[in-house]
Design a binder for this molecule. Structure first.
Ligand SMILES: Cc1cc2nc3c(=O)[nH]c(=O)nc-3n(C[C@H](O)[C@H](O)[C@H](O)COP(=O)(O)OP(=O)(O)OC[C@H]3O[C@@H](n4cnc5c(N)ncnc54)[C@H](O)[C@@H]3O)c2cc1C
Length: 559
């Protein structure tokens, strides 16, 4: 009925964080198995990393330090980020970059051989750099930064997969996490689905690392890879782990590259950005959060096109007498989600035996992500998760599967397959995306959120109460079964995002509530922590520990 495997450390996910975790766990002496959706080197968002940002000896401003970098990260995220995690990230990034160099990756360089380091509006100092892609020629790269989602991520993944291949790390491609296995509150492995063989796989493990990326596929349009359906978030939540900041998603302002001279116009021909105090040329407020808000607010005011977009004059040289509809249209897209599984500085989750790193690790950013830090998060917290998982495995003599919990988990997965086999998962996924875009997009509002929540509940009930079809004909293959399982996680993460949005009555960073346009540090300098209690999400607002820095109202509280 299922295949059984056993390992010391199980790493779930094969992007940057998963690879880095597997390498570290192996180098700390553990037996490691990776399982991932898709194939190693060809799945996840790390492939699409453009810019990386960190302070290091390769260049940048001499006044810049890990501390200034940490303060930038925390202030950009509205001071909701976990300050211990931000400190670790700022201090460890340089080592991870040098390690990538040792493993054979080079920086994009200027003609004189110095590393090309750039200034982004989201950072106080110039600390953005690019890893070099194969065959790239050094030179002046100043215009290429707008080509976001470009190729340096492939260079990162090439190096990491090469390092994985050099080690005795077992890999199960095309095998998706269904749920975590628990024994008396401890994670003891995972139930997976080998899509190629349409076979359930039970993997017993002393430590499990989640590195499954984001849950942005609750939205359309989105920049993220189709693998990112919140499966790790769903499994962790169902197992009882705490999640954090699930209400927040990073959006990007446009679905196409723009330049400092670009002009965004509404359907009345008004130049949008200056109306919101944004100056793309001087980079003043030219961050994705302000730009997204500006564009979407125009659309909400009825000044968008019938596709809910605005016009962009990319080179800023349009003949003012030319009709507007000759211009390209553009609109915000959902980027990677910000919330995730709550971790501490060791990447330990609230469940013994379970670790998380990379985009799934919640709490690092707060409510907005400055450009370039996520690739560093992937490497830094991927490494720490691998190290901690290995230490956890070493200190654990053995783990046992709870047969009853395993059977229930298998029955649940089989039930989903049998109930859903006559529906088209793509149709349901599309419906989820429409609901989330209509009710929980860039700018949110209570009445609409309540309607959205009710639609998500209706869809969930519809799928849960669909009659079981036990006949074997038209039984879905493993890949189709995996699509059904994804729906479960998309519906769950959508529900959590809406419920958290209803609770947080303020605007901050990438998160906007139309009725509460201001940041409310007095009442809302708090993280929302989500927990599954008897099948219902309980959300607690927990004050942030302002250890190292704070908004001005709280500056005196730092020890
Ligand atoms: C278009 C785009 C551009 C970006 N540009 C930048 C940038 O310039 N700079 C920057 O710092 N960051 C950037 N990011 C963000 C960054 O790429 C990611 O957040 C980061 O790489 C995440 O790494 P990860 O290893 O956590 O997840 P990913 O690299 O996304 O890997 C997730 C892995 O989990 C696997 N997985 C998912 N579900 C399951 C399951 N059920 N079972 C098993 N495996 C599963 C996936 O197949 C994949 O292997 C960008 C993101 C996008 C989408």
């Amino acid at each position: 009925m299922y295949k059984s495997l056993e390992t010391e450390v199980l790493v779930i996910g094969g992007g940057g964080a998963g690879c880095r975790a597997a390498i570290e766990a192996h180098d700390n002496g553990s037996e490691v198995l990776m399982m991932l959706k898709g194939r190693l080197g060809n799945s996840g968002c790390t492939l699409w990393v453009g810019i990386s940002s960190a302070v290091g000896s390769w260049g940048g401003d001499e006044a810049d330090t890990p501390e200034t970098s940490m303060i930038d990260l925390l202030s950009y995220g509205g001071y909701l980020g976990n300050q211990d995690l931000a400190k670790i990230l700022s201090e460890e990034s340089e080592d991870r970059v040098h390690e990538m160099e040792e493993w054979g990756i080079d920086f994009r360089r200027n003609e004189d051989g110095s590393v090309f380091v750039d200034m982004d509006p989201e950072h106080t100092y110039a600390r953005s750099f690019y890893f070099k892609i194969k065959g790239e020629v050094d030179g002046n790269h100043s215009n290429e930064k707008y080509d976001y989602g470009s190729q340096p991520g492939h260079a990162i993944m090439d190096v990491l997969t090469e390092q994985v291949a050099k080690r005795d790390i077992k890999i199960k491609n095309n095998t998706v996490l269904i749920d975590l296995l628990l024994n008396r509150g401890r994670v003891v492995g995972a139930l997976g689905l080998d899509c190629e063989n349409n076979e359930l796989v039970v993997i017993k493990a002393k430590s499990v690392v989640l590195a499954t990326g984001s849950y942005s596929h609750i939205f359309a349009p989105t920049t993220v890879s189709p693998f990112e359906t919140g499966d790790g978030h769903g499994a962790a939540y169902r197992a009882g782990a705490e999640l954090i900041d699930m209400e927040t998603c990073q959006f990007v302002a446009t679905d196409r590259p723009f330049k400092p001279q670009s002009v965004f116009l509404n359907t009345e021909g008004e130049d949008i950005m200056p109306k919101y105090g944004i100056d793309l040329k001087s980079k003043d407020r030219a961050t994705k959060e302000y730009m997204c808000y500006a564009i979407w607010n125009e659309v909400m005011q009825g000044k968008g096109t019938d596709k809910e977009k605005v016009y962009i004059d990319v080179d800023g040289d349009r003949d003012p007498s030319a009709p507007l509809d000759k211009l390209i249209q553009t609109a915000p897209q959902a980027h990677t989600t910000i919330g995730g599984v709550k971790i501490d500085g060791k990447c330990q989750t609230s469940l013994p035996g379970l670790y998380a790193g990379g985009a799934i690790g919640g709490g690092v950013y707060g409510h907005a992500r400055p450009q370039g830090y996520t690739s560093m998060i992937t490497l830094v917290f991927g490494r720490i998760a691998g190290e901690s998982a290995s230490q956890g495995a070493t200190s654990t003599e053995s783990v046992e599967i709870d047969e009853l919990q395993l059977q229930n988990t298998i029955n649940h997965a089989l039930g989903i397959k049998r109930r859903l086999k006559n529906i088209n998962p793509r149709d349901i996924k599309k419906q989820i995306k429409v609901i989330m875009r209509n009710h929980c997009w860039v700018i949110r509002e209570e009445k609409s959120l309540i309607e959205g929540l009710s639609k998500i509940s209706d869809l969930t009930n519809y799928l849960e109460n669909k009659g079981t079809d036990n006949s074997d004909d038209a039984s879905p293959d493993g890949y189709e079964w995996a699509r059904y399982l994804e729906l479960n996680n998309l519906l769950l993460t959508s529900k959590l995002m809406i419920e958290g949005s209803l609770m947080r009555k303020e605007s901050r960073g990438a998160y906007n509530r139309s009725e509460y346009p201001d940041t409310d540090n007095i009442n809302w300098l708090k993280n929302l922590v989500y927990k599954n209690i008897d099948g219902k999400p309980i959300i607690d607002a927990i004050p942030v520990d302002l250890k190292y820095c704070a908004p001005s109202e709280f500056a005196g509280t730092i020890q």
